[in-house]
Write a protein that binds this ligand. Structure first.
Ligand code: AMP
Length: 214
């Protein structure tokens, strides 16, 4: 499947994307994961992106489009892809439309994961992520804790709270989301390709997507 996953930080895009990859071999493409990998590796891209990310601001569109223009042409995308955290602005969505048309790729739909703000806030402050960039498993200290505190169940690496999951950065990320990313729901509705789902449960989201894609 070829999907865009839309939703506020903490709506569960990453969790749903990981569940969907198990169904048909589609790859998860998370611009956040790509950027965090670049920061960790200390590349020029990472150095440029870090300040924006730590503050909870968006990285400039041109940087993101450069990454995605290359990523979508890699072989593993042929089987399908789940765009997690991209596009994030109307200009990115417009450029993506042109890019996909140039590459001859048709999307199945854009799925909006709708979650109430209080649930989002609670999820973000209790989220923990595996520090191993090859793994990046996601946990929650309340609803999905690791078996041993602070240790990833899958690979044994330490689990961490992301740098942008301080209260200040979270509140900035949510504001940025409302201002810059929420308008994408209307954009994809106009394109006739929007599926809105109540995303309080990730299992229910996956079932709704499977049903809609049939
Ligand atoms: P995420 O893991 O998707 O929450 O992304 C973490 C951070 O990476 C965001 O707060 C932004 O600083 C940056 N980022 C990720 N994806 C994008 C994007 N499509 N456009 C601009 N910035 C992005």
């Amino acid at each position: 499947m070829k999907l865009i996953l839309l939703g506020a930080p903490g709506a569960g895009k990453g969790t749903v994307a990981k569940m969907l990859t198990e169904l048909d071999g589609s790859v998860q493409i998370s611009t956040g994961d790509i950027l965090r990998g670049a920061v960790k590796a200390g590349t020029d891209l990472g150095k440029e992106a870090k300040g924006y990310m730590d503050a909870g601001d968006l990285v400039p569109d041109a940087l993101i489009m450069g990454i995605m223009g290359e990523r979508l042409q890699e072989d593993d995308c042929k089987q399908g892809f789940l765009l997690d955290g991209f596009p994030r602005t109307i200009p990115q969505a417009e450029e993506l439309k042109t890019l996909l048309a140039d590459l001859g790729i048709t999307l199945d739909m854009a799925v909006s994961l709708d979650v109430p703000r209080d649930v989002i806030l609670d999820r973000l402050t209790t989220r923990r992520t595996c520090s191993n960039s090859e793994c990046q498993a996601i946990y929650n200290t309340k609803s999905n804790p690791t078996k041993v505190e602070g240790v990833c169940d899958k690979c044994g690496s330490p689990t961490i709270q992301r740098d942008d999951e301080t209260e200040e950065a979270i509140s900035n990320r949510l504001e940025t989301y409302n201002e810059k990313t929420a308008p994408l729901v209307g954009f994809y509705e106009k394109e006739g390709m929007l599926l809105s789902v109540n995303a309080t449960s990730s299992d229910a989201v996956v079932s709704a997507i499977q049903e809609a894609i049939k």
